[in-house]
Design a protein around this ligand. Structure first.
Ligand SMILES: Nc1nc2c(ncn2[C@@H]2O[C@H](COP(=O)(O)OP(=O)(O)OP(=O)(O)O)[C@@H](O)[C@H]2O)c(=O)[nH]1
Ligand SMILES: [Mg+2]
Length: 338
């Protein structure tokens, strides 16, 4: 099995015939980014995966190429495509999964006909990068950033409750959200309930003072305002706040809702990436109608998911992300996940 590249399908098929002979079978045809600088500039080319040894009786020697690039006679590939499309996984990623599936089967005829769920499962798990909560020791200094309404404040309160109640760590919250009306009151009500101090930082000087004041705390969680993704000035302000926290041990969490389109999440990430987020928190899994974002988000940000949130209750409704479990949301009844 081999991949061939060229400008047009006809050109690539000619190349395949010359290399693999007239009996070659096309497994997958797709448009991919060119390698190197031209690819970076957005240039694409045709990629065809072809094999010499696969020979479906049901298939023409070289099948007509279907519109979406998948040879229709390969049921396993169609199944993968249907399943991932229903979950709203991005098209580029679906094509990559199919490509990797073909590669993993080594062109095995049976596996291209009947979906090998074990292979698919491990491919999906591999794409859902997660990072277990690795802050059992040392001081925790975390800031939560993200678009409006993503669930930053709720998540901070859930985590604060977890650290202080379940792990008996001395915990404090600082909010830098002085924009949204009611934001400070919301935090104060809960912090009173949880018996956790909360301070408001109106500017960087305030922030420095409060960070020093809470220096002995095991855990400091910093909330930020969700501003329009066009508000570059606010991201700059946040950057100054972040520089104030002693860098060692600072974790930056980007909170995004699973309900948002992956296009929107991509724009959000572009806007916030100058703050060098370390982890993603995906919120509102309980509201989700599709779970493709669990793959889309780590792939497009190249960051691991640290937590997922699953409801509005404080405390509770937050889990450390595990790729096994998250893959299960996508594959559900389709695959048995151990
Ligand atoms: N269903 C569901 N709702 C959630 C979840 N997390 C947060 N919410 C709700 O989403 C809404 C916004 O949550 P906030 O925590 O205020 O969001 P935020 O990111 O702090 O918003 P801003 O401060 O305005 O940027 C609230 O009504 C929360 O109760 C979740 O996991 N599931
Ligand atoms: Mg908030």
């Amino acid at each position: 099995m081999k991949k061939f590249y060229g400008r047009t399908v006809e050109e690539v098929i000619k190349d395949i015939k010359e290399n693999l002979g007239e009996d070659a079978t096309l497994l997958l045809v797709q448009k991919v980014r060119k390698k190197g600088l031209r690819g970076f500039l957005g240039f694409k080319e045709i990629e065809i995966t072809a094999a010499k040894e696969v020979n479906f009786e049901i298939q023409e020697k070289i099948s007509p190429v279907s519109e979406d690039g998948i040879i229709p006679e390969l049921p396993a590939l169609c199944k993968i495509k249907k399943l991932l499309k229903e979950e709203e996984v991005d098209t580029d990623i679906i094509n990559n999964v199919i490509s990797s599936y073909i590669e993993a089967t080594g062109g095995n005829r049976l596996k291209l006909q009947d979906l090998d769920t074990g292979i698919l499962e491990s491919l999906i798990k591999g794409l859902i990068k997660t990072e277990n909560d690795s802050f059992k020791s040392g001081k925790i200094r975390s800031i939560f950033i993200g678009p409006p309404g993503a669930g930053k404040t709720t998540t901070i309160l859930k985590l604060a409750a977890h650290y202080s109640i379940e792990e008996s760590k001395s915990t404090a919250i600082i909010t830098t959200d002085i924009y949204r009306s009611g934001a400070i009151e919301q935090l104060k009500v809960y912090s009173k309930m949880l018996d956790i101090p909360v301070e408001v930082a109106f500017n960087v000087r305030d922030f420095e003072r409060i960070i020093r004041k809470f220096d002995s705390k095991d855990v400091i969680l910093v909330d930020s305002a969700g501003r329009s993704k066009r508000d570059k000035e606010y991201v700059e302000t946040l950057r100054k706040f972040i520089y104030t926290i002693p860098l060692q041990g600072l974790k930056v969490y980007l909170v995004v809702s699973i309900m948002d389109s992956s296009r929107y999440i991509k724009e959000v990430f572009e806007n916030y990436k100058i703050l060098y987020p370390n982890f993603i928190i995906v919120s509102k899994l309980d509201e989700a109608t599709s779970f493709g974002n669990l793959i889309n988000i780590p792939v497009l940000t190249d960051l691991p998911i640290a937590y997922v949130t699953t409801g509005q209750d404080i405390p509770g409704d937050i889990e450390v992300a595990k790729s096994n479990k998250l893959a299960n949301f996508i594959l559900k009844g389709n695959v048995d996940i151990k």
